[in-house]
Write a protein that binds this ligand. Structure first.
Ligand code: ADP
Ligand code: MG
Length: 674
């Protein structure tokens, strides 16, 4: 016989200790969630066993099989304990230490990080709301218990290889090997005196009804004692029989018409822990060649980790109501990563492996159909409830834009959903400014304060509708902030002629317009690139011969200056030419039609990528007082050339290599002109 290892005492991982402290001392009032967490773990454990047993037939041994999987909850008023037992997969000695002693889950680490952030602030109430939202898992036992005991035996292990784990949550836990006949896990909570209320069966039933009703395994509790049966019970110590206390039927399998909005919302909260009701609920049963049910939700607020591509909640996959996997990446493209919910397929085999999932064509088809459904729903909202759509766009617009780049097949549908700021909405800003601090509006960083938070509600269709018939392209400008886009010198001629220009200031926009190229057969054209066809913009004016002649003459007069500037700036610019897009500014930089453009180059450089660093073209405004007074053969011509170039770069949002040199040069010109 091998000697059983004695009781071992371990210290919790530091993060766990911090978390436990937080939980134990929290003022969090909604302690009910401890039961939700324990039931959710028990249910996961049963799902795991069922899943593994599909390929490892002997996991059930001669113990209760699949049909008997369940969760049992029992109260002992004398002992002041609650027991939550399951006959799921259980844990080995090593697994107990690994799973219960450390925080392996990224979700929990995030929780801690978020907590630490909050700590630097001062609100305790805010802190505690997180506990409910994230779910601190197993550790939430300590919200109500002064001591927690866990008894577990892994499926397939011998009775002598069971494990007992105990802790009072203060830094250490004890583990020992024990004998245990039953497979699975039992958690025994010794309640704090203050938490006696949980010794009421009715109280626990209510909590189960609220949080865990959808769990498809039966959750059993003892039948309530019959009134007046007291005496009889004393003689007969047999406890009352078990009864299932949850509804048990998967909500998504019920007909739509039979599900209330409240039930949908409750299910959403159970799924996501998000206390706010979802913005969109989309429930579909698909029949025909493929049969499946999908239930999708779009949260009203973006999760704070929307930008963390590693952290994806994804869509749960079920096969005939049996849970298969949590984060079926194949079911939703990256750009719809804010969608939550599940797919339940009738056709997939149950014994699916991860590899199988990765290349399954049925899943691909379900995904394609789901994406179409979601995009169509978004379009419907955009058409019928533009205000609601705008708030969805604020939350998820930047993620959705990735779709233009990632999902060629649906590019058109996504293009219809895009929203931008434009010169047309400039004037609307004041009243629609929305200074939400959500992730999606972080584009409004930098100089544009809350008052200038742009109205981003212009769709490409709006633009097409407003533009005059003769206009050939959809015009846009990109910059690194709304303020910079809005005040770009390139806009001058467009403003003067009342031509709408989309103002793009989100880095991803560069890729969006690059990828989209055209919309409804109108090309998307940057107003900071290439030659500008002024005739198209000003219409009949250009047919004016007199004006043409005048322009020609002006060109001749300015030729010496253009040549001079070209010579001075030959290292910095590709060309110097007379502009037809400037009204108030003396000069601007333009990229060649096929170059990336200054904004894109700066984005690439900022993210450490290779940028080709193409030289721009300098355009000068022949009408501008400064340009008119420069003496091309004068002493100051070099300074003027460089200042014009550097000012144009500054106006574009570039930074100067040598700002102090710029200042000196400007001052020299000021003195000499005085
Ligand atoms: P999560 O459930 O999100 O993983 P928890 O803190 O709730 O986080 O649980 C941590 C881990 O402990 C689980 O992932 C699981 O491996 C293990 N565990 C908890 N409860 C049980 C149980 N009843 N049966 C088997 N394993 C469990
Ligand atoms: Mg859990």
């Amino acid at each position: 016989m091998t000697a059983k290892p004695a009781v071992e005492t371990h210290a919790f991982q530091t993060e766990v200790q911090q978390m436990l402290k937080l939980i134990i001392h929290s003022l969090y009032s909604d302690r009910d969630i401890f039961l939700r967490e324990l039931i959710s773990n028990a249910s996961d454990a049963c799902d795991k066993l069922r899943f593994l047993a599909l390929t490892e037939k002997d996991l059930y041994q001669n113990e209760p099989g699949e049909a008997s999987l369940g969760i049992w909850i029992e109260i002992d008023e004398q002992q002041k304990t609650i027991r939550v037992r399951d006959n799921g997969i259980g844990m080995s000695h090593a697994e107990v230490i690994e799973n219960i002693g450390t925080i392996a889950r990224s979700g929990t680490r995030e929780f801690m990080a978020r907590m630490a952030q909050q700590k630097s602030g001062d609100n305790d109430a805010g802190d505690n709301a997180f506990i409910g939202q994230f779910g601190v898992g197993f550790y939430s036992s300590f919200l109500v218990a002064k001591e927690v005991t866990l008894l577990t035996r892994r499926a397939g292990a011998a009775p002598a290889e069971a494990v007992k784990w105990t802790s009072d949550g203060s830094g250490e836990y004890r583990v020992e090997t024990i004998e245990r006949a039953e497979r699975g896990t039992e958690i025994i909570l010794k309640l704090h005196a203050k938490q006696k209320e949980y010794l009421s069966a009715q109280r626990l039933r209510n909590i189960i009804g609220k949080y865990s009703d959808h769990i498809s395994l039966p959750i059993y509790m003892r039948q309530p004692a019959q009134p007046g049966a007291d005496d009889q019970q004393r003689q007969d110590p047999e406890p009352p029989p078990w009864e299932a206390v949850n509804h048990g039927s998967a909500l998504w399998c019920r007909p739509k018409a039979k599900i209330s909005a409240d039930e949908y919302n409750q299910f959403y909260t159970a799924l996501t822990y998000d206390p706010q009701p979802p913005a969109v609920t989309l429930h579909n049963r698909v029949e025909g060649k493929m049969e499946y049910i999908s239930l999708f939700y779009i949260p009203s607020k973006a999760p704070f980790n929307l930008w963390d591509r590693e952290q994806r909640h994804g869509i749960k996959l079920y096969v005939r109501r049996i849970f298969i996997t949590e984060d079926a990446k194949q079911l939703m493209p990256n750009y719809l990563r804010f969608v939550r919910g599940l797919v339940d397929s009738t056709d997939l085999p149950l014994n699916v492996s991860r590899e199988f999932l990765q290349q399954n064509q049925d899943l691909d088809k379900i995904r394609a159909a789901s994406v179409k459904k979601i995009l169509a729903e978004l379009k419907k909202i955009a058409d019928k409830q533009p205000d609601q759509y705008n708030s969805l766009w604020r939350e998820y617009g930047r993620v959705l834009k990735e779709g233009v780049i990632e999902d060629f097949a649906n590019q058109d549908a996504i293009a219809k959903l895009l929203r931008f700021a434009s010169t047309h909405t400039d004037s609307l800003n004041a009243n629609t400014a929305n200074a939400t601090a959500s992730a999606s509006t972080s584009a409004s960083k930098s100089a544009d304060g809350a008052a200038a938070t742009p109205n981003q509600s212009v769709s490409l269709d709006d633009y097409l509708q407003r533009m005059p018939a003769k206009q050939k392209a959809i015009y846009y400008i990109t910059a690194d902030s709304y303020a910079a886009a809005k005040s770009s010198p390139h806009l001058e001629i467009f403003r003067e002629n009342d031509i709408e220009v989309l103002l793009l200031f989100d880095p991803v926009d560069e890729w969006v317009v690059g990828q989209l190229n055209q919309y409804q057969e109108k090309s998307l054209q940057s107003i900071a690139k290439g030659d500008l066809d002024i005739a198209e913009l000003t219409g009949e004016k250009s047919a004016d011969n007199e004006r043409d002649e005048q322009a020609d003459k002006q060109k001749q007069n300015l030729q010496p200056l253009v040549d001079k500037i070209k010579a001075v700036l030959k290292e910095q610019v590709k060309d110097v030419r007379i502009s037809n897009r400037l009204v108030d500014s003396p000069a601007c930089l333009v990229a060649d039609a096929h170059d990336l453009g200054g904004n894109m180059e700066r984005i690439l450089q900022a993210t450490g990528q290779d940028a080709p660093n193409a030289k721009p073209i300098l355009e000068i405004n022949p009408q501008h007082a400064i340009v008119k007074q420069i003496d091309a053969s004068g002493e100051l011509a070099d300074d003027w050339a460089i200042v014009l170039f550097e000012q144009a770069a500054l106006a574009e949002g570039a930074s100067l290599k040598d700002p102090s040199e710029y200042v000196k040069r400007v001052n020299r010109l000021l003195v000499n002109n005085a």
